[in-house]
Design a protein around this ligand. Structure first.
Ligand code: SF4
Ligand code: SF4
Length: 460
């Protein structure tokens, strides 16, 4: 038996549910990788079987086939929504990856491609350090705005040189505030002044978790989020010294770095919000990135074995709300008409991991003039899955191709989402598969509606 590994510990804790698996196979049609390759080992049921075999010592952790089937999982957690036995697959996956990283490498398992090694190094040595990360994002923003690069990209020259490089550049280009086919001009990013609250309303205290990729590449969406909250009677509390949430680390099995980042974020927010969360201290932590939100809401389980942080992590997680969830719960102020056909792709980590299943549509429904077009398989993964599109490009592209085909079938001119990874993947997919559609964050559309309604002060 493989003792004292994260996988073994988690499997022990989950054994009731694992044994409760009735092999019904309901998770199979929900699983994008099983749908693509039709191999039981690339399904949730098959992967759980393999994890159990490793934990029970029946399968060697260094077996390359084990690592391959675990690697190919998107971590989308659609299987959790489908599973009647309530198997907590996301935690099992993270522990399996941690076990492969720690024990598989020691036993000589291959650590994956050069690309994967570079991604792992970046996660460990760049993302936890704000100064290093800001340099990377600053360079990315320069590339995004460089006239020569834009010319080569827009004229298809980059594509002729390398399809892979063109796709990677698409991921970056789609982060620009004015990316896409401009079906609606999103101008609000140019305006920095927050809205005045409605007269006579008491203000709700909120602190926006700004995130690393969101603040580095999607600052316009963060600014829109703050303005929209101000327009809905919230008082923004700025929290400095926030760090990357650690979601990418947890998903790749680097749980130690994820815990380190979680502790630092808890310290940073407690300094401004206090450590209790109760009716006298109701400040909410708002997140507009689904992948980050899912982990912020799971800081409790992540730090449950740390006596100094376990209770504080639980209190922190209780404060966290996705921006769409928060707006729906508190009532959305109507803005001006936006006459557009809009569809929504629900981020997996909002729909499956956080179980926030209808709030984004409710936000869209609160914008006058929006004609909502239902996307078939709205809750299915787009293939972005953090850095999966870079580490598993072939599988990712197959899934993306299906997704964009369904987007085209809606006839929508705007494709809304609520997660930076999905935003980049869908933006790249729109270009790759030639859909006449612009990708926006749900909140950016509400922000534009408020700008047109004249809620915002012009910049001084
Ligand atoms: S997380 Fe997604 S890709 Fe992985 S097994 Fe579950 S449904 Fe399949
Ligand atoms: S849906 Fe749940 S119970 Fe059914 S096979 Fe999948 S993991 Fe097992």
């Amino acid at each position: 038996m493989l003792q004292h590994t994260s996988l073994h510990t988690t499997l022990d804790a989950e054994m009731d549910k694992i044994l409760g698996c009735i092999h019904c196979g309901l998770c199979l049609p929900a699983c994008p990788t099983y749908q693509q390759v039709g191999n039981e080992n690339d399904s949730p049921r098959g992967r759980i079987y393999l994890m159990r075999a490793v934990a029970e010592g029946k399968l060697d952790v260094a077996n390359p086939a084990f690592a391959r089937h675990i690697d190919l999982c998107l971590g989308c957690r659609a299987c959790e929504t489908a599973c009647p036995a309530g198997v907590n697959y996301g935690h099992l996956l993270e522990s399996a990856r941690e076990t492969i990283n720690e024990h598989g490498a020691k036993k000589g398992a291959k650590s994956g491609s050069f690309q994967k090694l570079m991604l792992r190094l970046a996660l460990r040595h760049v993302f936890p350090y704000p100064k290093r990360l800001e340099k990377v994002f600053a360079l990315s923003r320069v590339m995004r705005g460089n006239a020569l690069i834009k010319f080569a990209y827009n004229r298809g020259i980059v594509r002729k040189i390398s399809r892979k490089a063109d796709f990677a550049l698409s991921l970056l280009m789609t982060t620009a505030p004015t990316a896409g086919s401009q079906n609606v001009k999103i101008k609000a990013a140019e305006q920095a002044q927050p809205a005045a609250a409605e007269p006579g309303q008491s203000l709700l205290p909120v602190a926006v978790f700004t995130g690393c990729v969101m603040e580095g590449l999607f600052k316009h969406a963060n600014d829109a989020t703050k303005r929209v909250l101000s327009a809905n009677n919230c008082q923004n509390i700025e929290v400095p010294k926030q760090l990357c949430c650690g979601a990418l680390h947890a998903h790749s099995g680097d749980l130690e770095t994820a815990r380190k980042l979680a502790r630092q974020n808890i310290d940073a927010f407690e300094r401004f919000l206090g450590s209790d969360h109760n009716p006298e201290n109701p400040a909410t932590i708002i997140i507009n990135a689904a992948g980050c939100g899912a982990l912020l809401k799971e800081y409790g389980p992540l730090l449950k074995d740390d006596p100094a942080y376990a209770a504080r992590a639980e209190a922190f997680s209780r404060r966290v709300k996705d921006v769409t969830e928060f707006l729906v719960a508190n009532g959305i102020r109507p803005g001006a008409e936006i006459k557009q056909q809009v569809t929504l792709d629900a981020p997996c980590h909002l729909y499956h991991a956080q179980r926030v299943m209808t709030a984004p549509q409710q936000v869209l429904a609160a914008i006058p003039g929006v004609e909502y077009r239902q996307l078939e398989g709205m809750q299915d993964c787009c293939g972005g899955a953090g850095i999966y599109n870079l580490s598993e490009p072939e599988m990712s592209e197959g899934i993306l191709s299906d997704k964009i085909g369904k987007v085209k079938a809606t006839g929508a001119r705007l494709l809304a989402t609520a997660n930076p990874g999905c935003h980049m993947q869908l933006g790249a997919g729109v270009r790759l598969f030639q859909a006449d559609c612009q990708v926006v964050h749900v909140v950016e559309l509400l922000d534009e509606s408020y700008r047109q309604a004249g809620f915002y002060q012009p910049e001084a």
